[in-house]
Design a protein around this ligand. Structure first.
Ligand code: OSB
Ligand code: MG
Length: 371
């Protein structure tokens, strides 16, 4: 793959609704849009880090630096025949997974466009439609939370995920069960806000019959989650603790979780995401695709990876209009049926950029060419 130039655009867009988690409230999202040009084709990637290093250590600023200083020069100076080669080229660089994933995602899109096939197909995905759910932030009141749950259930979303933290946990979940019953697929995401000292509280979740609790303990823990899983019935799903197929192997070996949340950015790209997907099949661990409040290009990558067979639990990839007044892609991501998104069948990601929207929210633009 001969790369002619790479363009980085820094974009900042206000979220339609503030998104609050145990690590703070987010009012807007900034990200880098990557365009890799090769002949007549352009591959797109999007960085998914939050503006602050609160979910992981990366930010849009650290990604910009890593791309500029190391990853773009590495991509230019190495021969890439297949997108799987990119992670090997980036391997000497420690971590910085979201920076690597942003660039690798653009190479995958470019490759599938060159091959004339959908990105989903290039990844080995077979599903024509994917089931999707929603992630609801910490709300001002239980009434506001219940109103949101009701709206999303009406729209057919296949999983309701509620953010929890100490002091905001059993009660809101209990209220949801009382109002909507025990049949709705309900889960909680703690974003690392508990410790083993909270064992009694976490045991109280069991009667709520959640489909899982996501990342209750520390962002870097594998061991304590295994201790917790022995004491509670609610299946544990790991998010923050998983950065690689190796992390997954260790988590499974220790019994730290029964489900894995795959985020392409967190694990360093689509090649690693596929590896994790495949390891989980062997161990009968279902996976689902997490979200990072992505704009359209990141969202389109999530749709493509979710087309793989072991993504059997609805992910967090909901419609563009849940997040943005206007998205950077056309068409926007929409539900094609209640709680379901159809996987594009055109080459690459299957969405075009909406250049008007990009111009409106553009902060900065930089062009890189091989030396
Ligand atoms: O923990 O899954 C998370 C958003 C930002 C950072 C971390 C998380 C989230 C979400 C939102 O839960 C998922 C989405 O709707 O994109
Ligand atoms: Mg999470």
């Amino acid at each position: 793959m001969k790369i002619d130039k790479i363009i980085l655009e820094h974009i900042k867009m206000p979220l339609l609704h503030p998104f609050e988690t145990s690590f703070g409230k987010l009012l807007e999202k900034d990200f880098l849009l990557i365009r890799i040009h090769s002949g007549e084709h352009i591959g797109y990637g999007e960085s998914v880090a939050l503006p602050n290093p609160t979910y992981s250590e990366e930010t849009t600023g650290t990604i910009q630096y890593m791309l500029d200083e190391f990853l773009i020069p590495l991509l230019f100076s190495n021969k890439i025949e297949h997108p799987d080669d990119v992670s090997a080229v980036f391997a000497p660089i420690r971590r910085n997974n979201m920076a690597k994933a942003a660039l690798e995602g653009a190479v995958w899109d470019l490759y599938s466009k060159q091959q004339g096939i959908p990105l989903a197909k290039a990844l080995g995905g077979m599903k024509k439609n994917i089931d999707v759910g929603v992630s609801i932030g910490i709300e001002k009141s239980t009434e506001a939370l219940l109103a949101k749950v009701e709206k999303f259930l009406t729209e057919g979303y296949k999983k309701i995920k509620v953010k929890i933290k100490p002091g905001y946990d059993i009660e809101p979940l209990q209220k949801i069960r009382e109002r909507f019953g025990y049949d709705i697929p309900l889960m909680a995401d703690a974003n690392s806000s508990y410790t083993l000292d909270d064992m009694d509280r976490l045991k109280e979740l069991d009667p709520l019959k959640l489909i899982m609790i996501e990342q209750p303990l520390s962002f870097d823990d594998i061991l304590d989650h295994a201790k917790l899983q022995k004491q509670i019935n609610t299946p544990i799903c790991l998010d923050e603790s998983i950065h690689s197929a190796e992390d997954v192997r260790k988590a499974i070996e220790c019994g730290s979780c029964q489900i894995i949340n795959i985020k392409i950015g967190r694990v360093g790209g689509l090649t690693e995401a596929k590896k994790i997907h495949d390891i989980c099949i062997k161990h009968h661990i279902p996976v689902w695709c997490g979200g990072m409040l992505e704009a359209g290009i990141g969202r389109a990558h999530n749709i493509a990876i979710t087309s793989l067979g072991n993504f059997t639990i609805a992910g967090d990839t909901s419609a563009s209009s849940r997040y943005w007044k206007e998205d950077i892609i056309t068409p926007e991501v929409e539900l094609s049926a209640p709680g379901s998104i159809s996987v594009p069948e055109t080459p690459g990601l299957g969405y075009e950029l909406n250049e008007d929207v990009i111009r409106r929210y553009l902060l900065d633009r930089k062009v890189y060419e091989p030396k």
